[in-house]
Each structure stands twice: as structure tokens, then as C-alpha cells.
Design a protein around this ligand. Sequence first.
Ligand code: CP3
Length: 344
Amino acid sequence: MTNRRLLNVLNGQTENIPPIWLMRQAGRFLPEYRATRADAGSFLDLCYNPELATEVTMQPIRRFGFDASILFSDILVVPDALGRSVRFVQGEGPQLDPITPQEIADLDPSKVLTELSPVYEAVQRIRATLPDETTFLGFCGAPWTVATYMIAGHGTPDQAPARLFARREPEAFKQLIDVLVDASILYLIKQLQCGADAVQIFDSWAGVLDDKLFLTASQDPIARIVKGVRAQVPDAKIIGFPKGAGQRLLGFVEATGVNAIGLDWTVPLDWARDTLQGKVALQGNLDPTLLITGGSDLDESIDRIMEAWSAGPFIFNLGHGITPQGDINLVHRLVERVRSYSNR
Ligand code: CP3
């Protein structure tokens, strides 16, 4: 047992009151984030400024006292480091030049070590600034999710451009996934060495893949990342989040060996408890829209999750990131309700 409650859960223990944090907890729903963001200039300037990145990482910890803090950065700093010059256009999301098979052949994964030193400096600063009991999470995007943006050049509703590319250019696609596996291993190891207690791998677009591509583009690459990270950091604690994986979650957990599995709000609570919780800690899965609407719907949804999952290894979280419309008062209410649950 350590005094970092979330880390204890990743070690397979059950905490009396589950640790809680929220994906995208540092972000636009907080006025202090919007103020720092305005001072920084662009979003990437904020990610690459260790002092300001530390400040926005700390903001939700100060306000809500969450059990975990996640590095303030973005999954797209990896393609940026690989030379794909990412731009964040206000109101439009990320933009990149769509990558060609020829350009894929020239990618060098080791650039994440040389190009992302401001991120590693932020990791060191954040660990030194956080309260001792706060678990500190590093992260990366999974190869498939990062590849979708590199291929299309922007976000799309169902990642059709990347799915098409995978079929039309299978060799180049495989090469791109392989480069991203290698880059992610180096990137996560470095974050762990600089002070992250654990890391999360975000596969936000896993749910658009058919059976075969789910294995080759999501599950197998993530399994290789877990293995590659643990080859250097043997007891590395890793959270997988293959959003939308549904019934494939069991196979994913078994094949990858993650310590915790992030679950979106579509996953049935009893099924997850009976099928997954004996093998892995659960993380999730409140629908983020409930932090906009509140009311008894919010309270009852929190209680249902607590009832189903809090008797085993469990980390309370949302099923995906909190949105800019998320209500600060409802976040306070959520934290309070989770922490007082066993007393009711
Ligand atoms: O608090 C945290 O969770 C830490 C920081 C974090 C951000 N992005 C900050 C961010 C993390 C962990 C991410 C992950 C990320 N980024 C994912 C995976 C998780 C998910 O939400 O699915 C993805 C797919 C991205 C790519 C990305 N970044 C998109 C599509 C966008 C635009 C859409 C949007 O929500 O704005 C971003 C921008 C982004 N990343 C913002 C923040 C706070 C907003 C930028 C701003 O301030 O203008």
C-alpha cells in the first residue's frame, strides 16, 4: 500500500472509496484554464511551455482535489515531433497535412526523444509540484487514433479516410502503425523515467474498426507498446482506453496485459463487473452529458456505478472527456457524492 490511492488500485487493490479523476479535467470548462490558454498564445505553445503546462495541470487538482492528475499535453504532440507540423485552429480542432506513403517511409520514431524535451521537463516539474498523495498519469494516443489524424489531416465522424487508407495502402499503413508503436514506447518510458506514476493509452477511435482491423490496428499495437514499455520499466502501470470496443474488451484486456481498462458509458455495468473486474481494474464510465444536466439523473447514475463496481478494483471517471459545457458545481457534487457513498 502506498499513499497514492489510484496507484494502489493499479496494483490490484480495492480502495474503500474509489479514487476519482476526470479525463480532460484540465480544459475549457475551467475559467482559469481559458485565462492561461489566452496568455500562452496557441494551444501547442501551452503544451510546450513547461511552466504553463504545470499550471494548467495543477488547476483541477487545486479546485477539486482529485486523486490523480494527468499531464497537460495532447496526443498529437507525437506527430508534431515526427515533423508533421500540427496546427490547432480555434473552433475547428487539429489540422495536419495528410501523410503520403512516401512520407511514412521517412518517419523517424526516435525524434520523440529529441523534440519533446519541454514535455519531459513539464513531467518533472508537475511531479515536484503535486501533493505527494496525488497519482500522476502520463499518456499517449494509441497508434490507430494518432494515425487517423495523420492520414485524414483533421478529425472526421467515423475515420473513413484512415479506414480507406488501411485497405488501399496496407503496407504503408502497417509501416505507420509500426513507427507509432516505436515512438509511443520511447515516449511513455521517458515520461515514467521523468516522474509519471503510470500512463494511459487513449484509443478514442477503436470503436470504428471491424474485427480484423481491431486486432491489427488497435489491440496488437497496444499489446506491443505494453510489452516494450515493461521491457525497460518492468512494473510499469498502464491504463488502456479502447473507446467503443464493446464485447472485444475481454480479449483486449487478456492480450494487452493492461492494469486497468477505461470503459465508455455504453458498457453494461453488470457485464463489466462479472467479465472484466476479476482480471483488471475498471475505470469509468459516467456519461459526460450528466455533468451538463445534473439533477437526480446524475445522482442515480453515480450511485448505480458505485453499486456495481466499488466492491472491486475501481477508479471513478467519466466514459470520455468532460466537455467545455461541463458544470463546475456538478463536478464538485460528483466528487462529494463518490467520497461519501460508503457512508450513506
Ligand atoms: O486534462 C487532460 O485530459 C489532459 C490533456 C489532454 C488534452 N487532450 C488536452 C486538450 C489529453 C489527455 C488529450 C487527449 C486527446 N487529444 C485525445 C484522446 C482522448 C479523447 O478525448 O478522445 C484526442 C483524440 C486528442 C486530439 C484533440 N485535441 C482534438 C480532436 C482536439 C480538438 C477538440 C477539442 O476537444 O477541442 C484537441 C484539443 C485539446 N486537447 C484541447 C485540450 C484542453 C482544447 C484545445 C483548446 O484549449 O483550444
